[in-house]
Design a protein around this ligand. Structure first.
Ligand code: SF4
Ligand code: SF4
Length: 75
């Protein structure tokens, strides 16, 4: 299973990854992180292809990590 893991405390909720994912795998959650932003969350079970677009477009270094063919979808 492929998935993207988003570090809640590095994300600033800019939505760039959300708007860029061709498979609509990422949503903005309701929770607030420790620096005061709503943060993006990967939707478990969504059809991620591990294309890496979310990783490349994210302006916050280290916020997104993409995993390909991992058994544990929750990272
Ligand atoms: S790797 Fe691609 S398909 Fe998977 S969440 Fe990121 S943009 Fe979407
Ligand atoms: S692009 Fe990065 S900072 Fe922006 S919402 Fe996605 S994970 Fe958060």
């Amino acid at each position: 299973m492929n998935y993207a893991k988003i570090d809640p405390n590095l994300c600033k909720g800019c939505r760039v990854c959300i708007n860029s994912c061709p498979k609509h795998c990422i949503l903005l959650g309701d929770s607030i992180n420790e620096i005061g932003y709503q943060y993006a969350q990967f939707v478990p079970g969504s059809p991620c292809t591990a294309c890496g677009i979310c990783f490349y477009v994210c302006p916050e270094f280290g916020a997104v990590t993409v995993f390909k063919d991992e058994e544990d979808a929750n990272g």
